[in-house]
Design a protein. Structure first.
Length: 427
């Protein structure tokens, strides 16, 4: 049962595993990703960080390959090997010379199907992750985002650190790791995504051979996101830093929301690049920040619009006032035609350029197939973006950029009286 979809080929094994490929014959490389439908939001408080821990441990050895062999097999032929855990997915990936793809498939599938999870490795990796948690806690530009997420999704897995807490990671046992891995690492919950100078048929044959014995299971659900906010929220973390770090956020739209591209264009206009409004107002005109930008986040059932800035300690109130004013402005006055068409052009250019690299293309296919069970072509997405109007921008801005939908986290040496002033600004 092979379906060809706008140069994407897709097949499905009897046990539910999905393979998606994109042939890019003019490339020397191939990129392979094995995607698992599990991430931080499938955890609870007591096992927070377990998906990330499993990702780390999978590199520490399998029945077939030692930890060194995993790295040497791929890097020894000029390839690169990596993995990431997000809120909704875990992905093991490699970029390698195309003719070496069978080797990459062997190594990565062994990490998925037969990891050792030895007690010794577990203890070692737990202490590595505890250091990672401490490191991010010490980096205000990273930790401030954690504080913001906790404001947006209080007491929900989306509002907790992906790496877990000192308590949750310290308490993890091998049985927890094995049980969690078995629950989620099964064929019905796996997508293999490949792009480059490759043939779908031969990869399909290899994937079928490797995964044929894997048994499908019922997919476990994650806890729905609960969004209930009726007034602005703010949190302050006192730290004697040279610069204050701000993270602000508005609840926004889920991944498949009809207005998703409107949010994307608002991001470009407000803070995606050096032509953006926040960069111009906050940095260029007023010199209030060195670094400022926006970042939309999309999940299955919710989303957020983040703003981040590094600001002079004495200019925090002025910076926040300016930022809030800019968001108020875009809700009140329509965007000019020239700014609107620049944003669309930027969006189109970024999308098409991201399609040129085999690794970027593999991620593009894998994430869509994992999340939506289909892959939209660049053409489809560009058509959707072209349908967005200036009125849409104002309508969505008015819906999202509301005062009662606003949250703010600040890390810096602000005394209580300054914190009170900032609170007044955001009320």
């Amino acid at each position: 049962n092979l379906a060809i979809h706008d140069m994407y080929e897709k097949s499905r094994l009897d046990n539910g595993l999905r393979l998606v490929t994109h042939k890019m014959p003019e490339r020397s490389s191939a990129a392979l990703g094995i995607w698992i439908g599990v991430g931080g939001r499938y955890e609870e408080k007591k096992n927070k960080g377990i998906a990330h821990l499993i990702e780390h441990l999978s590199f520490k050895g399998t029945k077939k390959y030692s930890a060194n062999a995993i790295k040497e097999k791929i890097e020894g032929v000029g390839g690169s090997l990596n993995a990431f855990t997000s809120e909704e997915f875990t992905c093991y990936l490699t970029k390698i010379i195309a003719k070496r793809l069978p080797l990459a498939l062997e190594v990565l599938s062994s990490m998925i199907l037969e990891p050792l999870f030895s007690e010794k490795d577990l203890e070692k990796e737990k202490s590595v992750i505890l250091e990672e948690i401490k490191m991010y806690r010490d980096l205000p530009q990273a930790y401030v985002n954690e504080l913001l997420e906790a404001l947006l999704w209080p007491e929900h897995p989306l509002g907790m650190n992906l790496a877990g807490t000192m308590e949750s990671v310290s308490a993890m046992k091998r049985s927890h790791v094995v049980d969690f891995q078995h629950m989620f690492y099964h064929p019905e919950n796996i997508v293999v995504s490949v792009s480059g100078d490759i043939e779908h048929k031969s990869i399909d044959a290899r994937v079928s051979e490797i995964f044929k014995k894997a048994k499908p299971k019922e997919n476990a659900r994650c806890k729905k996101a609960i969004v209930s906010q009726d007034k602005p929220r703010a949190t302050f973390f006192y730290k004697d830093t040279e610069q204050s770090h701000l993270a602000m956020g508005y609840h926004a739209y889920r991944r498949e929301h009809p207005d998703r591209h409107v949010v994307g264009l608002l991001h470009i206009i407000m803070g995606a690049n050096m032509s953006s409004r926040l960069f111009n107002e906050v940095r260029e005109k007023k010199g209030l920040a060195y670094e400022i930008g926006t970042h939309p986040r999309y999940f299955d059932d919710t989303g957020a619009f983040f703003i981040h800035a590094g600001v002079d300690n004495h200019k925090v109130t002025a910076a926040i006032t300016t930022i809030v004013k800019e968001f108020s402005k875009i809700t009140k006055s329509p965007v000019k035609k020239s700014e609107f068409s620049r944003a669309k052009e930027y969006c189109t250019g970024q999308l098409l350029m991201s399609m040129e690299d085999t690794l970027d293309h593999m991620v593009w296919m894998g994430e869509q197939e994992m999340a939506l069970r289909r892959i939209k072509s660049a053409r489809e997405i560009l058509d959707e973006i072209n349908k967005v109007t200036i009125d849409d921008l104002q309508r969505v801005a008015q819906d999202i950029f509301r005062n009662d939908n606003f949250s703010l986290a600040v890390i810096g040496p602000q005394k209580p009286e300054v914190q009170a002033k900032i609170q007044d600004v955001v009320q």
